[in-house]
Design a protein around this ligand. Sequence first.
Ligand code: G6P
Length: 582
Amino acid sequence: MCGIIGYIGEKHPKEILLNGLKNLEYRGYDSAGMAFKNEKEIQIIKSVGKISNLEEKLKKQSIIDCHLGIAHTRWATHGEPTEENAHPHKVGKITLVHNGIIENAATLKEQLQKEGVVFNSSTDTEVAAALINKYYKKSMIKAIEEAIHDIKGSYAFGIICDDDPNTLYATRCESPLILGIGKKENFITSDIGAILDYTKKYVLLGENEIVTLTKDSYSITKNGKEVNRKVLTSDLSSEDTSLRGYEHFMMKEIMEEPILVDNIIQKYKNHLENLPDLKKYKHIHIVGCGSAYYAGMIGKNLFEEDGIKVEIDVASEYRYRNIIYDKDTLVILISQSGETADTIAAMRKAIEHKVDTLAIVNVDASTIARECTYKVLIEAGREVAVATTKAFILQVLILSLLSYKINPDKEYLKDLEKLPQQLKVLLDKSGFYKKLADAIYKHEDVFFIGRRIDYAISMEGSLKLKEVSYIHSDAYQAGELKHGTISLIKNGTIVFGIVTDEETKDKTISNLEEVISRGAYPIYVGTENCHYEHKILVPKVHKKLQPILVVPTLQMIAYYVAYKRGCDIDKPKNLAKSVTVE
Ligand code: G6P
């Protein structure tokens, strides 16, 4: 979703902001813009579509000499993705970029219009600029304080004032924003990946704290009082954001799975004490969005087999559902980014009800990692492709280890040791997946069926395929298909049968036969050889580990199908990496 980078220092900001925006590209956006400021003037340049369009514009214009700038990638919420609506927005003396949603924008706008403000866009962001401008007399900090007092909703702002070419201001609430500390230069950004080429030192900003940055100093205040915050060092490297010879991040990230899985195994296999003990809870709620939710579905299957009652919800439902909390409940929040708005809201609901919360997240500095009672980091490194791959596999691995801790058995440990190598062997068969993709890529409807844990795998396999290849795809509980959806099966419809669950595999095969007799073209995904022409065979391992070998093969299929269809694999249309609005 939207991304922010701001710079103040000794260099010209153009290249730094451009590089920052490119590093934010993976989050998904539909327009981009920049503002440059010197003693005399402010220059704003925006464009619709890819950052390369903005880059072209920047080449064609003469850019003012300056040392201060802000830049933004916008994912449209209020108003179409047009140049007028792209950020930065300028009203009076205030120019700003914004992530988040101002919920009372309409009311504020009406009021400001009555006071004579003329708006040029349909964004909520312009309303914020107008509000700060209204309150700006002498002090920017006071103006920002007054404005955010009026604003309801989520925001991260990077702000420049016409009167001051040497200061960058920022504030945030519910939307992430950090401060990057360099040598004779400082930054603001919504995502540390945007500034890793320049500094690894950063400061987290608390809610409604206002930061004032010059090239060699920064100060943070809240309600007029100074706030001291620790300078942290990121262990991510800018290497994480490079393709390292791969054509797409999605493939690079799938290929990282064996080593990352191995790292987690080595970390925990003899140190289960470093994982929370779930045995003490009578009831577990699992909450997440998208793939994180499907990882949770796998977790539900595992924990239920361990004898714990589990409820699972997508976060956007959980936050509004009337949940009956038992006293011994643990709420597990699964999120790669740790910043998904709905998952944050679900977490806060659980915290309000005074139950324990466990974050399974990738980003350590994220809101969810910080606010939960316990956290386990999946240590995936930076995931750039919008469609998650490695983070999903590591989420499942952590859930599997938590389940093993509840219910240890020797077979599991034996299989755990072999897992990274087996995964590597499976991923090395790219020719095989390419060939299978040849049989799929021209189709417009694909179904995935499975039961129990195989149904959860089906959901993720189906999501991966549709998000990157734009083929319509659905996943069904194998036994449910005949209650309606089977009417969609026609000659040649592709149906993936996920058949790894020992107790239900015969039943799923019968369901596969039912669709075959109605013309479907089956692709069998299982652990035992079979007579089907198209099959993906994976080694049989402990059932708590099986999805870790199956899902990557479906990720490979999704990748090659999307490749054959010429899709923008790393940045599928309409999608965002981290959905920071409701
Ligand atoms: C977006 C992404 C998905 C991701 C979901 C949850 O929709 O496109 O790939 O699964 O958000 O994100 P999170 O960061 O909370 O795991």
